[in-house]
Write a protein that binds this ligand. Structure first.
Ligand code: DC
Length: 202
């Protein structure tokens, strides 16, 4: 039996943390679809052509450790606006979603384009300031010297690009349940999501 949880939302809203925790709670497989775009972005930074890079992407390219930089995030957001890049990545995401045993996918267009028939759709968001504060705290904890104003500007620029592109823009599906984590802890967001998924599975 397959059961699909689609989680969409802007950068640094807590989607990844929530998706990972939900997948462990229910024993589902997890795909961070942002990594696909990040891998294409990284290949482009290394000199590749975006569409060719997307078509030749291999799961072994999806290494979160090397793809989590600001430069790669920015390149990912740019290649993600190219229709043929998105098309090249659809099949991999759909076949992941269709696996037996359940899957959680997070991204920007999972509930709208990739898995429009997902069993549960969550749209996870938070204010831009809160998202920038969290990213700042995360980087500072890792010992990275950074600047809050620059992070906030980057969060806003990426929101703007992701929401206003013509192809599969970031938008909540009509049947998505909104979780605004601005004033929530990760544990509270997880508890709310578990309640939603459990009710749907019953
Ligand atoms: O979730 P993330 O920050 O790793 O995503 C990086 C970029 O990839 C993001 O700015 C937009 C793009 N993306 C997308 O267009 N569609 C997805 N399903 C996932 C990510």
């Amino acid at each position: 039996m397959s059961f699909v949880i689609a989680i969409d939302g802007p950068a640094a809203a807590g989607k990844g943390t929530l998706a990972q925790a939900l997948s462990s709670h229910f024993g589902f497989a997890y795909l961070d679809t942002g990594l696909l775009y990040r891998a294409v972005g990284a290949a482009v930074l290394a000199g590749a052509e975006p569409i060719a890079a997307a078509r030749s992407l291999d799961p072994s390219d999806l290494n979160p450790n090397t793809l989590r930089t600001q430069a790669v995030a920015d390149a990912a957001s740019r290649v993600a606006a190219i229709a043929d890049v998105r098309t090249a990545l659809v099949e991999f995401q759909r076949s992941f979603a269709g696996r037996d045993g359940g899957a959680v996918l997070d991204g920007r267009d999972i509930g709208t384009v990739i898995c429009p028939d997902a069993d549960v759709k969550l749209f996870v968001t938070a204010s831009a300031q809160t998202r920038a504060d969290r990213r700042f705290a995360e980087l500072t904890a890792k010992g990275v010297k950074t600047d809050l104003a620059a992070i906030l500007a980057e969060v806003r620029a990426r929101d703007d690009r992701d929401q206003n592109r013509a192809e599969a823009p970031l938008i909540a599906a009509a049947d998505a349940i909104l979780i605004d984590t601005t004033d929530m802890t990760a544990a509270q967001a997880l508890a709310e999501a578990i309640t939603i998924v459990t009710a749907k599975r019953a």
